[in-house]
Structure formats: structure tokens, C-alpha cells
Design a protein around this ligand. Structure first.
Ligand code: GLU
Length: 553
């Protein structure tokens, strides 16, 4: 046995498997050529950032569009706290937007797939097998430095104003410790970390092709980074290389805060004898503020949390649609050309992603969402609004569910045509939208009456309409009846005629119907008034006309 092998045996007495065993236990996947295996690898902080959902979505799209696999791995090596809620929150968040993993962690304590465990805290044995091999090959060594010693090294480096600080080269005091000394320190039970013996060199650079950012060149890694902490738990960097190799990830798609770690990561893959995956680094989602751009912040921006969208009642389709507009600038053109196509049909391309950070804009999301909701069927709008109300607005839930056919009919007004109305962006706007259909939410008010209509004329209109109103009318009869009200009120049924000679009339048919509309709904702008009248029913219509008249004095 070489000294390195003896050292490895001392450090990992319990490890009996080899890297070859792992290669067999986690064999290359049999997927078709070009299939991508991608992953989302969050820490279970209990908070899913919209940027996290965004990169999960991009990862999933890469997998689904290539018949590959999208997996969820939980990176819990750092956090000592209880992670149950953290894991559930992430899964709930992904699921709410249909970005469910195909494989990996499926719920707290639940996994699916043959490449697990998918939670890093349960993979210690796997990391130790690889670490042992690195020690055997002289590529890793124990470092017995205490925090104080590391601090002293750093202070010296700062005093010398070195460009490169850290634990490397001659500063890596345990890099070349003779075996006998290592053995003695181990026998004393001295705590140690396991460090990489970096093969990097100060004067060499590495380059790689990032699938989003293009070719990137950086200095090689020279740091003897920690692979295993004193408690035997791996660092994120080492775990990433081991996990993505043995989970057979082909594409590592993640936030661009990791770009500076890529030289280290590539080096780790290489020293471990693993094939380097392809990297794609996503720029963070930005927000405009005071003319500048900044990252969407968990602390400052409620919209940074994915839970915000459910609370506000944005349909998941809208959020996904909007995230796709942020992901690929050609998505909107594609959508215009393919208004009915499912999102999965979009030819998503990593190369078309913003390299500097897409700008997130809630107003734009609202517009996208209005489009999305405008083409839903009335039944879908009813179901989704009801589901939202169940969680967030008990009163609305009670009102909508009282008569589901009537509620669906409300959402059906002016729906389905070539130019559908775009009134609703999110379900928390539904209450206002439907309010005048429910006496519980509605108070008759003539405040919205336009200035050009005098209260006297309004009163006359209401009197005349009350007398003429016949609930048995069809739409044409109803409208003819309103036109017939005009002449006796010194109004004209002909808007053109009014415009040509405004002084000859008190108003035109549009003004007449506005009075009726305001009396029945409190608003000047509503969907089809005939349909509204029909849903309200005779008693309510008459009661509201009566109250409106009383308000006019
Ligand atoms: N656990 C890392 C994070 O929370 C994941 C980085 C990666 O995807 O490689 O950002």
C-alpha cells in the first residue's frame, strides 16, 4: 500500500465501496441522443424566490423539450436547522406552477428515481467514497488548521497585500505534511478538514462555453478548498461535482452568482475523473428603481416570493407565460403568431436568454395575465376564482358558490368573441368585477353619472325605463325599447345626429343607456348591459332603479 492509500484507509475506515461501485450503482442513463438531464438544487430555506422558480422552469423546459429528465435535489449541507418546512415549501411552490420534478425529492422524506438519495444530508457515504479515492491518489489531504491559524494566515496575506489570498501553494501549510506526522495528528484525535490538493497554477487560465453567456475565460483555481468539513459533511462545491456526476446531470443551469466558482467546479470534476457538465448561468431577475436596475430582493419586494402570486391570485398560466417572456425575447412574437399553442410548444432556446438580467414588471405581468384570463372559458374562470376565494376571501367564496350557474353566467358575459374583454388580471380583482351582481357587495350610487347628463334628465330616463322595462325582452327588443325612450326625453337614438347638432338634444341613446347602466351597476363601463340586466333579474333591476331615482332627489 502506498502512503496515500494508508492515509485514505486511516481517514475512511468505514468506506468499503469504490468509485467504480458507484459508477455501476448509478449508470449512465439510457435516454435518447441529445436528451438533457437538468436539475434544480435549492437549499431548503423555506423561501422560493421567483428567480428560483425561473431557473427551475428553464431547467425543466430544457429537459422536457429534449425528452430528458428534470430532477429536484435538496442541498442541505449548510443548514443545520429543521428543514421539513423548507422542503415542503419548495415542492409546493414548484407544483403550484406545474414545474414539478420528474425525479428526485417529491415531498418531505419522499423520493422517486434510481439516482438518489436526492437530499445531500443523506449522501454522506457517497461523498466519502469519492473523497477516499482522491486521498488515495494524492489529490486530497487532511488539514489540521484551527480557525485561529487560518485567521493568522489571512492576516499575514493582508499585511503583504497579496492579490491572491487563501489556502494555496506555500500558504497551504498541511499540503505536504509527511505521512508520519499526519498519522500522529490523527492518532491524537485532532480535528481536520479534507482539502483538495489543487493542481491549478497561478499563471494558467481556463475557458468554458457558457450556454447563456458565451465563452468565459478565468484564472485557474489554485485554492486547496475544503471538500469535507470537520464533521465529514461536504462543502457545496464538492457535493455539486459528486451529485451532478452520479445523478448524470448533463446541464447545470443555475444563477450567475455561481460563475466565479466554475473554475473550481471544472477542476473538481476533472480531479474526480468525471466528465464536466455543460453550464448555463442565468442572470438574476431585475427590478427598475429610480431609473436604475437592481436585483429583486427577498427583503424589499413582496413579489420576490412565489407565494405572492398565489395570494394575489395570478393564475399559474399567467406567471409562466410572463416568465417565458422574460426568458426569451422572441416569446411574445411567437405567442402572437400562435395564440392558442400550449407553452410547451415554444421552441425555447438558452442562447436567447438575457445575459444582463431581465426586467421584472408587475404591470406587464398584469397585462399578460389579462390576456391569459380573457381567453379562458367562463367555467374555468369560475373554477379558478372560486378556488382562490376559498383560500383568501371567504365572503367571495360564499357568494360565488351560492349559485354556480349564475356565477358562471356572470363570467360568460362578452367572453368567447374575437375581441374578449380584458378586465381581470388576478383573482383578487374578481370581487370588484362581480360586486354589482350581489346586493351584499353593492350599494346603488349615481356618483358616476357623467357631467353632461343632468340629474333631471337622469331621473326622467329612469322613470321612462322603469315603465318600459320588460324582462321578457330579447336583446334586440331591449335595445329597441331604449331607443324608443329617446324621443320623448328630447334625446336622439342616433349618435351621429346628436354630434351634428348637439344643441338640439338633451342627449343621445348612449347617454340614456349610461344612466341605466350607472343605476344598475354604479359604473359607466361594464360588459353587455342587456346580459347584466338578465342576470340581475326583474326584482333587483326594479329595486335598483327605484333607489337610483330616490338618490337623484
Ligand atoms: N444550492 C445552490 C443554491 O442554493 C445550488 C447551486 C447550483 O444549482 O449548482 O443556489
Amino acid at each position: 500500500m502506498t502512503e496515500n492509500q494508508q492515509l485514505a484507509a486511516l481517514l475512511f475506515p468505514g468506506v468499503t465501496q469504490t468509485v467504480d461501485d458507484l459508477e455501476q450503482r448509478f449508470p449512465p442513463r439510457s435516454l435518447k441522443d441529445g436528451a438533457r438531464v437538468t436539475r434544480f438544487a435549492p437549499s431548503p430555506t423555506g423561501f422560493l424566490h421567483i428567480g428560483g422558480l425561473f431557473s427551475a422552469l428553464i431547467s425543466k423546459l430544457n429537459a422536457t423539450t429534449t425528452d430528458g429528465v428534470f430532477l429536484l435535489r435538496i442541498e442541505d449541507t449548510d443548514k443545520k436547522r429543521e428543514i421539513e418546512d423548507g422542503v415542503s415549501e419548495i415542492i409546493k411552490g414548484l407544483r403550484a406552477f406545474g414545474v414539478d420534478p420528474d425525479e428526485g425529492v417529491m415531498g418531505f422524506g419522499q423520493e422517486s428515481g434510481a439516482y438518489g438519495p436526492y437530499q445531500q444530508s443523506r449522501r454522506a457515504e457517497i461523498y466519502h467514497v469519492v473523497a477516499k479515492k482522491l486521498v488515495e491518489e494524492g489529490l486530497a489531504y487532511p488539514c489540521f488548521c484551527t480557525e485561529e491559524e487560518l485567521g493568522a494566515i489571512r492576516e499575514k496575506q493582508e499585511a503583504l497585500q497579496l492579490d491572491t489570498k487563501g489556502y494555496y501553494g506555500a500558504w497551504a501549510v498541511y499540503r505536504d505534511t509527511p505521512f508520519e506526522k499526519q498519522k500522529a495528528l490523527l492518532a491524537q484525535g485532532r480535528p481536520y478538514t479534507l482539502r483538495l490538493r489543487s493542481p491549478g497554477s497561478m499563471d494558467k487560465r481556463i475557458s468554458f462555453d457558457d450556454l447563456i453567456k458565451g465563452r468565459i475565460e478565468m484564472p485557474e483555481n489554485v485554492q486547496d478548498v475544503v471538500l469535507l468539513k470537520q464533521d465529514g459533511i461536504p462543502t457545496y462545491h464538492f457535493a455539486h461535482a459528486v451529485d451532478d456526476h452520479f445523478m448524470r446531470s448533463t446541464h447545470v443551469i443555475r444563477g450567475d452568482e455561481w460563475i466565479s466558482s466554475v473554475p473550481l467546479h471544472i477542476q473538481l470534476f476533472k480531479v474526480c475523473g468525471f466528465r464536466v457538465p455543460k453550464y448555463a448561468h442565468i442572470a438574476p431577475i431585475m427590478k427598475e428603481e429610480n431609473g436604475g436596475k437592481r436585483k429583486l430582493s427577498k427583503r424589499k419586494d413582496p413579489e420576490a416570493a412565489v407565494t405572492y402570486y398565489a395570494e394575489q391570485g395570478y393564475p399559474k398560466e399567467s406567471v409562466l407565460e410572463y416568465l417565458l417572456t422574460l426568458a426569451n425575447s422572441n416569446f411574445e412574437d411567437w405567442r402572437r403568431a400562435n395564440p392558442d399553442a400550449p407553452q410547451s410548444a415554444f421552441p425555447f432556446n438558452l442562447k436567447k436568454m438575457s445575459t444582463s438580467g431581465a426586467l421584472f414588471d408587475l404591470t406587464k405581468l398584469g397585462d399578460v395575465s389579462k390576456n391569459v384570463i380573457s381567453v379562458m372559458t367562463a367555467e374555468t374562470v369560475f373554477e379558478k376564482a372560486l378556488a382562490w376565494a376559498k383560500d383568501y376571501d371567504p365572503q367571495l367564496y360564499a357568494l360565488l358558490s351560492r349559485d354556480s350557474l349564475r356565477s358562471t353566467a356572470i363570467f360568460d358575459i362578452d367572453r368567447g368573441g374575437k375581441k374578449p374583454r380584458k378586465d381581470i388580471a388576478k383573482w383578487d380583482e374578481v370581487k370588484d368585477y362581480v360586486s354589482y351582481f350581489f346586493d351584499e357587495l353593492f350599494t346603488v350610487s349615481m356618483a358616476e353619472l357623467p357631467d353632461n347628463i343632468t340629474p333631471d334628465l337622469a331621473k326622467d330616463v329612469l322613470d321612462a325605463y322603469t315603465a318600459a322595462f320588460d324582462p321578457a325582452d330579447d336583446k334586440q327588443q331591449w335595445f329597441d325599447r331604449i331607443k324608443d325612450l329617446c324621443a320623448p326625453l328630447d334625446c336622439t337614438p342616433n349618435v351621429k345626429e346628436y354630434k351634428q347638432n348637439p344643441d338640439a338634444f338633451k342627449g343621445h341613446v348612449g347617454d340614456v343607456s349610461t344612466v341605466i347602466r350607472v343605476a344598475l351597476t354604479g359604473r359607466r363601463n361594464t360588459p353587455d348591459l342587456y346580459a347584466i340586466t338578465a342576470i340581475l333579474g326583474e326584482d333587483t333591476v326594479r329595486a335598483r332603479l327605484q333607489k337610483a331615482k330616490a338618490l337623484l332627489g
